[in-house]
Structures are given as structure tokens and as C-alpha cells.
Ligand binder design. Structure first.
Ligand code: AMP
Length: 112
């Protein structure tokens, strides 16, 4: 999926502010932060959106979810954090590569 922005970030073709990576996931700062802390957690493999994930991705999705509290704590978010997955145009998804937003800190916006 060579024209995918986040695949290019994983491959190092486009620069990013990396926070963490392992064999399965890549975590970096959102370029347009909506809060004091705003990270994106993505799978290294290309999954376009949550509703394209299958049972075959269950372990990967679990790994992403279970990584969130650890990543949030590493950012100093001791009181908790917000995680968001936008799915498809109806969910406001702008980048067609599955990602979980981690948001936290004093500028955390409310839901409207
Ligand atoms: P979504 O609306 O859920 O698809 O979110 C996509 C997010 O990707 C937005 O919050 C953007 O600010 C962010 N984004 C877009 N391009 C980049 C980039 N090159 N590096 C980091 N974050 C990006």
C-alpha cells in the first residue's frame, strides 16, 4: 500500500516524531495535536479502518489496546486519557490506515 501516508511513516519515508515502536505497532505524535498529549498508535501492517479488521487481526488489536495505558503513563497521563478510533467518512476518519488516538492533558476538549 505504497500510497498510504501512515505506511510511509512506518517505513521512514515520511518523518514523524516517534514515541515507541515494536514488531507490531508504531506510535508517534499527531502533527496537529488536539491536546497537550496527542499520540497515534498504528499497526505496522496496513489495515485501512477498524471495520476492515478481521478475526485474524484479533491479537494485533488486543496488543494495540493493551499498549494504550502504558503509553499514556509514559506521557505523564497518570489521571487517565481518552482514546478515539474514527472509522470511515461517517466517523470522520481522514487517514485511511487504522489508528488509535491517545489524548490527554489539561487541554483535553469535550465531546460536542
Ligand atoms: P483521523 O481523522 O482519525 O483520520 O486522524 C488522522 C490524524 O492524523 C489527524 O489527527 C492528523 O492531524 C494526523 N496526521 C495527518 N498527517 C500526519 C503526519 N504526517 N504526522 C502525524 N500525524 C498526522
Amino acid at each position: 500500500m505504497s500510497d498510504c501516508l501512515f505506511c510511509k511513516i512506518v517505513d521512514g519515508e515520511i518523518p514523524s516524531s516517534k514515541v515507541f515502536e515494536d514488531e507490531h505497532i508504531y506510535v508517534f505524535e499527531d502533527i496537529n495535536p488536539k491536546a497537550d498529549v496527542h499520540l497515534l498508535v498504528i499497526p505496522k501492517i496496513h489495515i485501512s479502518r477498524l471495520d476492515q479488521a478481521t478475526q485474524a487481526h484479533a491479537e494485533l488489536l488486543s496488543h494495540m489496546m493493551l499498549s494504550l495505558p502504558k503509553l499514556a503513563r509514559q506521557q505523564g497521563l497518570e489521571d487517565g486519557f481518552r482514546s478515539i478510533i474514527n472509522t470511515g467518512p461517517g466517523g470522520g476518519q481522514e487517514v485511511d490506515h487504522l489508528h488509535i488516538h491517545i489524548l490527554g492533558g489539561k487541554k483535553l476538549p469535550g465531546f460536542h
